[in-house]
Ligand binder design. Structure first.
Ligand code: NAP
Length: 273
């Protein structure tokens, strides 16, 4: 039986990914910050050598995009150094590494969906430190998948879909209409990762919902899905200044690995009902 060790298994993605891997017949070892702190190289070595997995799916990360602007040290320790620890050790034990990365490695200046080979140029510290993690994977591992995803939502975490639903009774709801990307359900991403493991060559992939929308378009589709009339108003990014800059157009070409974002959202809304 193929053994997969998952880092950050208690996170939003990890909690959907692990049962899907088990259903696919993998032997899954779930780890969290207590059992495997990725910033502690001796712990990383001890756990990976002891478990000796065939595959490591590295979901653990520092994910607070705005906080990373004032605390790059911690973001770098977890996203860059932590990933380097995992990458070096995977190479030593000859395990395949799957690293979850982000659309925020791109600057969003373009108007065509990004290909995995396109130039990266992160605008914020989170994107920069995740990109440094990518570089560590490319440097130390031969057997790796880098799976860039975006605008992630799922039942087990704080995310845009749940935030919108919690705000639905406001008299008016302004949502940014000048950032465009690809919403992705954690279940779609998990299925995409399984597809990569089944039959893709090693390398960098975009594992996100296909199609594109703005946050405003995403919100509209959420309220349509739950049959809720909401006084939704499009607005510009400048109206909601945030510490971290976001790309205006971070749409990624997923090569057909995941379904259209609207179809996935429909399933998610039915499931959470
Ligand atoms: N959410 C998005 O929109 C999005 C978009 C693009 C890419 N991604 C990437 O997708 C992956 C999964 O994201 P997610 O939304 O599931 O994130 P999440 O819910 O924040 O989960 C990340 C997990 O990593 C854990 N962690 C933090 N520091 C750690 C350490 N030193 N050692 C071990 N574990 C540690 C966290 O534990 P604690 O909670 O205890 O700190 C948390 O359980 C991440 O790599 C993220 O960068 C996310």
């Amino acid at each position: 039986m193929t053994k997969i060790l998952v880092t950050g298994a208690n996170g939003m993605l990890g909690q959907d990914l692990c049962p899907i891997l088990e259903d696919e017949g993998f032997d899954v070892v779930e780890t969290d910050i207590k059992s495997l702190d990725i910033t502690d190289i001796s712990m990383v070595k001890a756990v990976l050598v002891k478990e000796n997995p065939d595959i490591v799916i590295h979901c653990a990360a520092y994910t607070n995009v705005d906080k990373a602007e004032e605390d790059i040290e911690t973001a770098r320790l977890i996203n860059s150094k932590g990933t380097e620890n995992i990458a070096k050790t995977c190479a030593e034990i000859d395990a395949v590494l799957v690293y979850i990365s982000t659309d925020y490695v791109f600057d969003g200046q373009g108007s065509e969906p990004y290909l995995p080979t396109d130039k990266t140029s992160p605008l914020n510290n989170y994107g920069l430190t995740k990109w440094e993690g990518e570089e560590a994977v490319r440097k130390y591992c031969k057997k790796y998948y880098i799976a860039r995803t975006s605008w992630l939502y799922g039942i087990h975490g704080k995310n845009f879909v749940e935030t919108m639903i919690s705000l639905a009774d406001k008299p008016e709801l302004k949502v940014v209409d000048d950032q465009v990307g690809c919403p992705t359900w954690t279940v779609e991403l998990s299925n995409g990762i399984v597809k990569l493991l089944e039959n893709a060559e090693y390398g960098t992939y975009h594992v996100c919902g296909s199609g594109e929308t703005s946050w405003y378009g995403f919100a509209k589709e959420i309220f349509k899905g739950i049959n809720k009339e909401v006084n939704l108003k499009p607005c510009k990014t400048d109206e909601f200044p945030r510490p971290a800059k976001r790309p205006h157009y971070s749409v990624m070409d997923n090569g057909g690995i995941c379904r259209n974002w609207k179809a996935a959202l429909k399933d998610y809304l039915l499931l959470r009902d």
